[in-house]
Design a protein around this ligand. Structure first.
Ligand code: ZN
Length: 315
């Protein structure tokens, strides 16, 4: 949560992101990178120029939407203000509450942006250094926009449960199938290491930690295990401690929790069926991005494809 310049400081109670806008980083990467075979070396001047134009547009969109929200009558949604669900209400106007929230500059697909520019994602150190400069640049822009508008701008690692699919589809329509960018049904979440990269949990935390400290309007880092991990709680504790030692603000561990709806067996149940009663009536609990969804089949096409490709960080 971004710092509140209007008095609540770092407190998270009764505040939130007002209305995020998400920047499609892969598109800027494709337009200035090597992935379409139009150039041998990325046009980084063009990249930075276009990013700055998009940032200005993002600021305008956030400020306009903020003004529109603040123009609403508080009586339209009294549950937002009674019982201090959202703090600061002066009994007159919504801006008394909304000014404490953050104007979130979201982003998606750092991995695909790097891939488009350089032909490699940010698991590679040189691409990672560039990606970090991009996020630092957005973070600096957010600080300046906060001053310009007297609002709390911040960098938001958009969960993108829906737009991971819709943005990828739009890129596919515009640029066709590009290897490691649009040759799947989703774009990689925010600054995450792509789900298919075979890294250890410690490597994943090492790569994502320097980015996370800039994601002041929200971020999550998780590692993916198989269900055997519940027999090794020391390993779980070691990984959690490693994440905390590296200042990951929001850390999660994913592991499959499949339940047989007939005999109630729980564990990692193969597609052939329940190992106890052979039933194929299985509910597969999984994390979309930030929260858990009762069954993978409820995910959209993009997130279902992502789940299939998730590497288990068990090395
Ligand atoms: Zn069963």
């Amino acid at each position: 949560m971004s710092f509140d310049r209007h008095g609540f400081g770092y407190s998270k109670v009764g505040r939130g992101n007002v209305s995020p806008v998400t920047i499609n980083l892969p598109k800027i990467g494709i337009r200035h990178g090597i992935c379409l075979g139009e150039r041998d070396k990325a046009d980084l001047d063009g990249f930075w120029r276009e990013l700055d134009e998009i940032l200005k547009l993002t600021e305008k969109a956030l400020v306009e939407r903020y003004a529109y929200i603040c123009s609403q009558n508080p009586k339209a949604a009294p549950f937002m203000y009674i019982n201090h669900t959202m703090r600061g209400f002066n009994n007159k106007n919504i801006s008394s509450v909304m000014k404490h929230g953050s104007q979130a500059i979201g982003l998606i697909g750092v991995a695909e942006m790097c891939e488009a520019l350089f032909g490699k994602n940010h698991v590679d150190m040189s691409a990672r250094n560039f990606a970090l400069q991009v996020i630092e640049h957005i973070s600096d822009f957010a600080k300046e926009a906060s001053e310009r508008n007297d609002l709390n701008f911040g960098v938001y690692f958009t969960p993108a449960e829906g737009c991971c699919y819709t943005i990828c589809k739009k890129l596919k329509d515009e640029f066709g199938i590009i290897s490691n960018i649009t040759d799947k049904e989703f774009l990689t979440n925010s600054i995450h290491v792509p789900v298919w990269e075979e890294v250890t949990p410690f490597e994943k935390i090492d790569i994502e930690a320097p980015f996370c400290k800039l994601g002041t309007s929200g971020c999550i880092t998780y590692v993916e295990f198989d269900s055997k991990i519940i027999n090794n709680l020391d390993a779980v504790e070691t990984v959690i401690n490693y994440a905390m030692d590296n200042n990951i603000p929001y850390f999660a561990i994913n592991f499959p929790l499949d339940t047989c709806c007939d005999c109630h067996y729980q564990g990692d149940i193969p597609s052939e069926g329940c190992p106890v009663c052979n039933s194929k009536n299985i509910e597969r609990l999984a994390r979309v991005t930030g929260y858990l969804t009762s069954d993978v089949s409820h995910f959209n096409q993009g997130k279902q494809d992502e789940v299939k490709r998730r590497f288990k960080h068990m090395k």
